[in-house]
Design a protein around this ligand. Structure first.
Ligand code: IMP
Ligand code: MG
Length: 327
């Protein structure tokens, strides 16, 4: 029986550090699940001083937890088996990894179409995401149960305390993001129920953001020119703002608190993790965009005071955390 379900998701454009938070919290749960996306995601985890990267398997695997890739996810079998090998070589028990029988399979044709028609125009990851979800909707897709080794197929059972891990984030959601600069799945907590539990089981909704905003790929809110600002270049270097999946340089902007509050309200988030404040300490510039105005602060304490005073009142608890590489 399911006791309760907590959900972690990103409040911005991805790359907020969801993987790190999920890994740290996962020790308190029985099952860790992914409900959306595929290997377009990239999770960076630091464990015993070592850095690991995954794309599909939930970060709970690093705490030896049962991990479920849900029916609203899509996967490329070759990448899946590569990730299994990588995790096995790290000494992890990969028999804990299960994939929903009706998760959809990304084919070579999907990847080709993405690379030819979408990658340039929309800045997609080129992993075949949109074409695979299109075939799912056209009802001509291939299912995991017909392609993957049976030992990885999930029996649909969820028991105990469940943690759901979002991929991509609020502004990439197909319904809430800046269409067409979005991904092709639902990135918000509402979609976690696709794993097969009632919305009534949801307890905590945990949102992750960082002290400044970044974006991988095209988005009109992040003009190309912003990459050229020397201050943002410094943040990119110190904060290691390069895509985990594509190695692309991310675009940077100051934290937009108005947009963050919107994301908090729409998603129902009540607990906040805000990462990478130490990066601002290194560049020694503290700015927030609020109601279309850029506000500058003398120090981090003053910025955090303003942040907390103007943050949506839905948030009951804020945790600040630093980038693990610079701790
Ligand atoms: P797609 O998901 O590959 O179709 O890419 C659509 C948009 O979402 C592009 O702007 C990507 O850069 C972005 N995107 C997809 N997955 C991630 C992610 O995990 N982190 C950050 N951006 C992502
Ligand atoms: Mg990521």
């Amino acid at each position: 029986m399911i006791k309760h379900v907590d959900i972690i998701f990103g409040l911005a454009w991805g790359d907020e550090g969801k993987g790190k938070i999920t890994y740290n919290l996962s020790k308190n749960y029985d099952v860790i699940c992914r409900w959306n996306g595929g290997s377009n995601a990239g999770h960076t985890i630091y464990r015993d001083g070592k850095k690991y990267k995954t794309h599909l398997v939930p970060s709970g695997i690093f705490n030896h937890k049962k991990c479920v890739v849900g029916p609203n996810c899509i996967l490329n079998p070759e990448e899946f088996y590569n990730e299994i090998e990588y995790l096995k070589n790290t000494g992890l028990d990969v028999s804990l990894i299960k994939v929903a029988p009706n998760a959809h399979i990304i084919t070579e044709k999907h990847i080709e179409y993405d690379k030819q028609h979408l990658q340039q125009k929309l800045g997609t990851t080129g992993k075949g995401i949109a074409p695979c979800y299109s075939d799912k909707m056209l009802r001509c897709g291939k299912l995991a149960k017909d392609v993957l080794d049976k030992k990885y197929i999930w029996d649909g059972e969820l028991n105990g305390n469940i943690l759901c891990e979002g991929a991509q984030s609020f502004w990439l959601d197909i319904n809430f993001g800046v269409y067409p600069y979005v991904t092709s799945s639902e990135t918000l907590p509402y979609a976690a129920c696709s794993l097969g539990f009632s919305p009534r089981k949801i307890r905590d909704i945990i949102g992750v953001c960082k002290a400044y905003d970044t974006k991988s790929g095209v988005d009109p809110r992040f003009p190309e020119d912003s990459v050229k600002d020397p201050m943002f270049s410094k943040i990119i270097e110190i904060g290691q703002e390069y895509g985990t999946t594509t190695s692309r340089k991310r675009k940077v902007n100051w934290m937009n608190l108005t947009l963050l509050n919107y994301a908090i309200k729409k998603s129902g988030c009540d607990i906040l993790y805000s990462n990478k404040w130490d990066i601002l300490d290194q560049v020694k510039i503290y700015k927030i965009i609020h109601n279309h105005t850029v506000i500058e602060f003398e120090n981090k304490e003053k910025m955090q005071k303003f942040f907390e005073e103007n943050l949506s009142k839905e948030i009951k608890k804020i945790h600040y955390s630093a980038h693990p590489e610079t701790l």
